[in-house]
Design a protein around this ligand. Structure first.
Ligand SMILES: NC(=O)c1ccc[n+]([C@@H]2O[C@H](COP(=O)([O-])OP(=O)(O)OC[C@H]3O[C@@H](n4cnc5c(N)ncnc54)[C@H](O)[C@@H]3O)[C@@H](O)[C@H]2O)c1
Ligand SMILES: [Zn+2]
Length: 348
């Protein structure tokens, strides 16, 4: 088992990230639970059946899926906390993917002005990204993560064994954020990833560890996303718009699938804007296209959506772009014509 400590600025409390196997049976050995009056385990309809934390606790299971990352789910959690007479010493344990991590951490952050949260991420995406960094949130008015808070957990327990039951599509979706970490921060790491995304158990464990380190390092430098943390948004300006629009369909894209498409388009924007050289652009484009099936993009609706994206300051369309493989630059204002050109390219 590895134990990473999130290095933080003095203003933010450090918390441990445990990465290993067979960890969920050992929670009291990893985290000091003695000071808590009660525990609420928040899971979803799948994770509640799959995993047993063997803790004395109350339970709530939410419907799964991005369309349930909303106030209704938050209210269910708040009602449960109220019913169990939760006080400030109640611990909320999140047992699920990014949706549970985001929704439940948000509910915990507003109940009695904030309860402690322990993250036990169960998807690859949540293990390498959503459970770390303290961003909570729900979707609102058709905009991804429009409502949320910053709330660091007391710890993150990443049990790689939990991924054994993860469907292949969800596993691939998690790789979007992993590849993003390589693209924005670590060229060498990117080169260790293969477009087949097939890895042995020990390789996967190393990948999870490296991605957690990268995310933790970036977040520690800028916990509240005032500057450098914005590089983690690569692929997300376009990706979130694609994801939000796809949620209107009966079979929506997964978060990672939308982010893969977002990274393809934003890689092209980086190139057309003259930031990224052709060689790096082609390596990245070729790699991503081996993973992602082409999708028809609605340029007009995507543009309209990103104009409402919370990342845009004073009405301009700001992007995180690539200036080289492994190096990102944030707050890049991009001309609408370039965005349209990059989006339309996908439809030819
Ligand atoms: N807060 C952040 O910093 C951050 C970062 C990245 C992504 N996110 C958010 O994360 C969300 C996506 O998370 P996700 O991809 O984990 O989706 P998810 O939470 O919806 O989980 C995907 C599906 O897998 C099921 N599942 C979970 N663990 C399983 C397991 N071990 N075995 C079998 N099935 C399992 C779930 O029930 C669900 O049906 C998005 O809303 C995204 O915005 C947040
Ligand atoms: Zn993401």
């Amino acid at each position: 088992m590895k134990k990473l400590i999130i290095p933080t600025r003095r203003t933010v409390k450090e918390y441990p990230i445990f990465i290993g196997r067979a960890l969920i049976g050992k929670i009291p050995k990893l985290i000091d639970l003695a000071g808590y009056s009660q525990i609420l385990i928040v899971s979803d309809e799948n994770t509640s059946k799959l995993f047993n934390l063997k803790l004395e606790a109350s339970h709530i299971s939410l419907p799964s899926g991005e369309n349930h990352k909303n106030f209704q789910s938050v209210e269910l959690i708040l009602n449960k906390l109220h019913d169990m007479k939760a006080d400030r010493k109640t611990l909320v344990v999140n047992l699920g993917g990014g949706n549970i991590c985001d929704t439940s951490s948000f509910a915990a952050s507003i109940y009695m002005r904030g309860l402690d949260v322990l993250q036990i991420p169960t998807t690859l995406l949540a293990q390498v990204d959503a459970s770390i960094g303290g961003k909570t949130g729900i979707n609102f008015a058709g905009v991804k993560n429009l409502v949320g808070t910053f709330k660091n957990p007391i710890g993150v327990i990443i049990d790689v064994d939990l991924l054994k039951t993860l469907p292949e599509r969800e596993y691939l979706s998690g790789f979007a954020e992993i590849i993003k970490h390589g693209l924005i921060f670590d060229k060498k790491y990117f080169s260790t990833l293969r477009s087949t995304l097939k890895f042995s158990d020990s390789e996967l464990e190393k990948i999870i560890e490296r991605s957690c380190q990268i995310k933790a390092k970036i977040v520690a430098a800028d916990p509240q996303e005032k500057n450098v943390r914005k590089i983690l948004n690569f692929g997300h300006t376009i990706g979130h718009a694609i994801e939000a629009l796809s949620l209107e369909n009966p079979k929506p894209l997964l978060h990672g699938e939308a982010i893969f498409l977002g990274m393809i388009v934003e890689n092209r924007i980086s190139y057309i804007s003259g930031l990224l050289n052709k060689k790096d652009f082609l390596i990245i484009d070729g790699f991503l296209r081996k993973i992602v099936k082409p999708v028809q993009l609605d340029t007009e609706r995507i543009l309209k959506k990103i104009l409402f994206d919370k990342k845009n300051e004073s009405g301009r369309i700001n992007f995180t772009l690539l200036k080289a493989l492994g190096r990102a630059i944030y707050n890049m204002e991009v001309d609408e014509k370039i965005i349209i050109e990059a989006l339309n390219y996908e439809n030819n």
